[in-house]
Design a protein around this ligand. Structure first.
Ligand SMILES: Cc1cc2nc3c(=O)[nH]c(=O)nc-3n(C[C@H](O)[C@H](O)[C@H](O)COP(=O)(O)O)c2cc1C
Length: 393
């Protein structure tokens, strides 16, 4: 029998699914509801010093949809508006009611030792299981020289990690931004400052565009807009890449996130090196109840693979990711077209010729492949609306 139980740095998790620091963890009532439904833990909406001014904008969301489904969310929301005392009392309430659930305090403060250490001194006296340092919010906070302004500087990230580590009595995870040229440059720096683990990714900085009728920004705040954070399905490949790069460069625990909407996504994050996962956008869109399918799906999968727990799945894909230079260039696949499925739309021929490969031609209603010219790039198989093209040896 497989189990979803896991442990990271001595912290026991009922299951590896945590709510990410975001609107679903903005109040104790919501986290209470989520724990009741089976979430393994929650990262509290980022707690800041009570005197940090944060004025929210309205509206603060924009979306990209595909077939009616939100695949990308842009937000310009800031951090928790609750007082530190609210969280201290809330943590006590939650830990009394749910002693086995993991609670991680996400924190952010101005770049002053006393501000960070004061937050930690207060939260050390609660029953939180760990800290998550939010060095990664891409909007609003960088203007105050915090959030992503910290996480894009190895020097400041290192400094703050060391301040926090000097006083924290619980493990310290650093939540990293994907909005850097090389995430391992920052992760290696905070590892040297004795961070205990990483959480990645926070949202990807983006801009939703312009309404070409009104010529106003799509996310329109009284005629103006700002760059925001993208999350949901479209950021998943970026999250996968960041987590894999972190795992290739470090043995520290990683809590992976970014675009998880199914147990299959979570399984991939684990195979790429995550010790647990966090989810935000999927929960905002489809509710806390998604945990049921996530847990049963992952458990069934572990059993089908003969894995006792997620430790058998963890890192399994890492050795399969290498540099382009080391890829086997003698490996060559060719398209095999199933003529029964082909609808003769010509999309494969078009993409092949207009991408300058010129390997596909139509002869008497049959698509022919010139193997002397075909580079086996696979583009044709991706545009076929009938899935009639398979790449084969
Ligand atoms: C509306 C919104 C608010 C967020 N607020 C925070 C926050 O306060 N602190 C934080 O560390 N991350 C915050 N995040 C980022 C999420 O925790 C998460 O890193 C990101 O959304 C990627 O995961 P997802 O694709 O599952 O949403 C927020 C995300 C959204 C969409």
């Amino acid at each position: 029998m497989a189990t979803l139980k896991t442990s990271i740095l001595g912290i026991e998790f009922e299951n590896p699914f945590l709510l990410a620091s975001a609107p679903p963890t903005a109040s104790i009532e919501s986290i209470d509801k989520a724990f009741e439904m089976g979430w393994g833990g929650a990262v509290l909406k980022t707690i800041t010093p009570d005197n940090l001014e944060m004025l929210e904008a309205s509206p603060r969301y924009a979306t990209i949809k595909k077939n009616g489904k939100v695949i990308c969310l842009q937000n310009i929301e800031l951090l928790s508006h609750k007082t530190i005392q609210y969280w201290v009392e809330g943590i006590k309430y939650l830990k009394e009611k749910y002693p086995t659930k993991v609670i991680i305090a996400s924190i952010m403060a101005p770049v002053e030792r006393a501000e960070w250490q004061n937050l930690v001194h207060i939260l050390n006296n609660t029953q939180i299981d760990a800290y998550e340092l939010n060095f990664s919010c891409p909007h609003g906070m960088p203007e105050k020289h915090i959030g992503m302004a910290i996480g894009t500087s190895a020097e400041i990230s290192t400094l703050i990690t060391a301040w926090v580590k000097a006083v924290a009595t619980k493990p310290v995870f650093v939540k990293l931004t994907p909005n850097v040229t090389d995430i391992t440059w920052i992760s290696a720096s905070v590892e040297r400052a004795c961070a205990d683990g990483f959480a990645a990714i926070n949202t990807v900085q983006g801009f939703m565009g312009i309404d070409i009728e009104t010529l106003d920004p799509v996310l329109n705040i009284d005629g103006q807009s700002t760059f925001g954070g993208l999350s949901g399905e479209v950021v998943k490949p970026i999250g996968f890449r960041c987590v894999a790069q972190l795992r290739q460069s470090s043995d520290l625990p990683i809590i992976g996130m970014g675009g998880i909407s199914s147990w299959e996504d979570a399984a991939q994050y684990i195979a790429l090196g995550s010790d647990a996962v966090q989810i935000c956008t999927e929960v905002m869109i489809n509710g806390y109840g998604v945990i049921k399918g996530l847990k049963s799906g992952l458990l069934n999968y572990l059993e089908s693979k003969g894995f006792n727990d997620i430790s058998k799945l963890k890192n399994i894909a890492i050795s399969k990711i290498t540099s382009h230079e080391k890829l086997n260039k003698r490996y060559h696949l060719y398209p095999n077209i199933d003529s029964d499925k082909c609808c003769e739309c010509g999309k494969c021929i078009k993409i092949c010729s207009e991408s300058e490969y010129h390997a596909l031609k139509k002869k008497e209603n049959i698509i022919e492949i010139d193997k002397n010219v075909c580079e086996g790039c696979s583009l044709c198989s991706h545009v076929c609306p009938q899935n009639a093209i398979k790449m084969v040896k």
